[in-house]
Design a protein around this ligand. Structure first.
Ligand code: FAD
Length: 161
């Protein structure tokens, strides 16, 4: 996500929403809450929601939906239910920018891939130059893709194949 934010002229104009329960559609979650609120007696709403979310996150979601954390599950109004579903399925996360280069983990940009022979990583412009890793215009999501790109291109550039 930082990739999109860092290249944007007005990051605060961007809108980021997190779906906390992607396995359920909005209508399914609304129906689950309606059913549970009708049947739950003295149970707390956070307890009902915790069937799908970590308990402490439930408290936060309730607060963001304008509901007390100790709200009982029974008699949940349609408006409150809709607000809760909205916070859960589209939790808005304000964006102010990134933490800058010092905190960055991966750089975007670099030598264009079409300027490099992908079998040897030799530069098409400078035949004595071989390129690998971050210096290339190649980046992926955090989770090992950048390590893998660095190792694989390094392996090729080193003539190991
Ligand atoms: C905090 C952090 C967390 C990260 N987490 C992940 C992750 O979870 N998953 C993932 O896939 N990627 C992650 N990355 C990105 C990943 O580390 C890099 O993409 C990868 O290390 C790039 O490898 P590289 O060999 O191209 O460059 P580098 O690892 O940066 O190596 C370049 C080397 O060149 C040296 N050097 C620079 N200038 C000179 C010079 N003039 N003379 C001699 N030596 C020089 C540097 O000291 C450095 O050792 C993370 C990066 C950071 C900073």
């Amino acid at each position: 996500v930082s990739r999109a934010v860092s290249g944007h002229s007005r990051p605060e104009a961007l809108r980021l929403e997190i779906d906390l329960i992607p396995a359920m559609r909005e209508e399914e979650l609304a129906e689950f809450l309606r059913r549970e609120s009708a049947a739950s007696g003295k149970r707390q709403l956070a307890g009902v929601l915790s069937a799908h979310l970590p308990r402490r996150l439930c408290d936060t979601v309730l607060t963001l939906a304008g509901l007390p954390v100790d709200r009982g599950a029974s008699a949940l109004s349609k408006v409150d239910r809709a607000r809760l579903v909205r916070q859960t399925k589209a939790l808005p996360i304000p964006i102010t920018g990134t933490l800058g280069f010092k905190k960055a983990e991966v750089t975007a940009g670099g030598v264009a891939l079409d300027e490099v022979d992908s079998r040897t990583m030799r530069s098409k412009r400078e035949p004595e130059l071989f390129l690998a890793g971050e210096v290339l215009d190649l980046d992926g999501p955090i989770g090992g893709y950048n390590f893998q790109a660095a190792w694989s291109t390094g392996w090729l550039a080193g003539g190991c194949v």
